[in-house]
Ligand binder design. Structure first.
Ligand SMILES: Nc1ncnc2c1ncn2[C@@H]1O[C@H](COP(=O)(O)OP(=O)(O)OP(=O)(O)O)[C@@H](O)[C@H]1O
Ligand SMILES: [Mg+2]
Length: 327
C-alpha cells in the first residue's frame, strides 16, 4: 500500500535535550494514524517537523514523496495543519478567517468564496460563519481551525490534540468531523493523550513516551499484546501500599505499586479475587477494581506510568513487569 507519510529517524534536540529521539513510522493513504502519549512525549515536536515548522536535528521525513528538510515548500502545499495552539483570529468572523486563509493559499476571490462556504458547511459552521470567533465555543473553534486547514484541499491533515480541553459532547462532535474527513479519503495524523480517542478513531496507534515510539499497531493488536487482566487495590491509607504489595507477593501474586494503587497482573481476575480478598482481610481497602485490556493498560505496561501521571514504578519491578507481559 502507498505510504503517504514516511518519517525516518527523526531527532529534535533543544539545547542538548532530545525532545524527539529517533522516531520512524509511515502512514498509508487514507489511514488515520495517532501518536498517543502523555505531556512532553514529543508529539507536537514531531508534528512540527513533519509540517516543516521545525527543522529536524537529524533524520528526515517525506510527505507525498517530498522531503520536509529539502522541499518544505512542496510539503506545505499538500498538508493541512491544525496546531495545538490555535491560530484563528478572535476579532474576525469565522467566514473572514477561512476566506483570508484561502486567499493566502492563492485562490482567486471567486474560488476562495466557494471553497470557504464548502469547508464551513462541511464543519457544520455555516450558520455561525458571520459571527465573531470570540463568541464560538471551544468545539466550534476547533472545527473552524480544521475548516481553515482544508481550504487548499490538502491530502494529508495533521491534527495536534484536536480535542484538548473539550467537554465529552464536543469531543464526540469533533470525532464525527474527523471520521467524515477520513471517509473523504484524507490521510490523517492525529496526536492525543486520550486513549479513548486513539482507540475510537485510529487505524493504527503509535505509543509515544519520552521522545520515542515504544509500540505501534492497531488498537486491537496493541490490546492483544496485553495478556490477562489487572486488579487494582487502593488501600485507605496510602502508607499501606508497600504492605499490601508484600502481602500479595507472599501469596504468590505479581504486584506493583503504580500511582497510589497496587496493580496485580493476573490471567483472569474473577478466579483470583477471592484469594486477594482473603489475603487482605487485615487491611482497610478503599477500592478494588478490575481493568480489562485497554490502550491505557498497554501504556502502563510499556512505560510503568499512566497516560496522565508522572510517577514512576521502581525500575527493577518495572523490568520484571515488562518481562511478564512479553512472556
Ligand atoms: N522550543 C523548545 N525549547 C525547549 N524545549 C522544548 C521546546 N519545545 C518542546 N520542548 C520540550 O520537548 C519535550 C516535548 O515537547 P512536545 O511539546 O513535543 O510534547 P507533547 O507530546 O506535544 O506534549 P503535550 O501533550 O504537553 O502537548 C518537552 O519536554 C518540552 O518541554
Ligand atoms: Mg503537544
Amino acid at each position: 500500500m502507498e505510504e503517504v507519510v514516511k518519517a525516518g529517524g527523526l531527532v529534535k534536540e533543544f539545547n542538548g535535550f532530545r525532545a524527539v529521539d529517533g522516531v520512524s513510522f509511515s502512514i498509508r493513504r487514507g489511514e488515520l494514524f495517532s501518536l498517543l502519549g502523555p505531556n512532553g512525549a514529543g508529539k507536537t515536536t514531531t508534528i512540527k517537523m513533519l509540517s516543516t515548522l521545525l527543522t529536524p536535528t537529524s533524520g528526515d521525513a517525506y510527505v507525498e514523496g517530498y522531503s520536509v528538510t529539502r522541499e518544505p515548500g512542496k510539503v506545505r502545499r499538500v498538508i493541512g495543519l491544525v496546531p495545538q495552539d490555535l491560530t484563528a483570529d478572535d476579532e474576525m468572523t469565522g467566514w473572514d478567517n477561512v476566506y483570508i486563509q484561502a486567499r493566502l493559499y492563492g485562490l482567486s476571490r471567486g474560488e476562495a468564496q466557494a471553497r470557504a462556504r464548502e469547508v464551513l458547511e462541511l464543519m457544520g459552521l455555516w450558520d455561525a460563519a458571520r459571527r465573531r470567533v470570540g463568541t464560538y465555543s471551544g468545539g466550534m473553534r476547533r472545527r473552524l481551525e480544521i475548516a481553515m486547514s482544508l481550504v487548499h484541499e490538502p491530502s494529508v491533515l495533521f491534527l495536534d490534540e484536536p480535542t484538548l480541553g473539550l467537554d465529552v459532547q464536543s469531543r464526540r462532535g469533533l470525532w464525527r468531523v474527523v471520521e467524515e474527513l477520513k471517509r473523504r479519503g484524507v490521510t490523517i495524523l492525529l496526536t492525543t493523550h486520550y486513549m479513548e480517542e486513539a482507540e475510537a478513531l485510529s487505524d493504527r496507534v503509535a505509543i509515544m513516551h519520552r521522545g520515542r515510539i515504544v509500540e505501534v499497531g492497531s488498537p486491537e493488536e496493541l490490546k492483544a499484546r496485553v495478556r490477562g487482566e489487572t486488579i487494582y487495590v487502593e488501600p485507605l491509607d496510602p502508607g499501606e501500599l508497600e504492605r499490601v504489595k508484600n502481602i500479595l507477593e507472599e501469596n504468590g501474586l505479581e504486584a506493583h505499586v503504580i500511582e497510589g494503587r497496587v496493580a496485580l497482573r493476573v490471567e483472569r481476575a474473577d478466579t483470583v479475587l477471592p484469594q486477594v480478598a482473603s489475603a487482605l482481610q487485615g487491611v482497610r481497602v478503599k477500592s478494588m477494581s478490575i481493568a480489562k485490556p485497554s490502550l491505557e493498560e498497554v501504556f502502563i505496561q510499556l512505560t510503568g506510568e499512566t497516560l496522565s501521571g508522572e510517577e514512576h514504578v521502581d525500575p527493577f519491578s518495572f523490568r520484571r513487569m515488562i518481562r511478564s507481559v512479553r512472556r
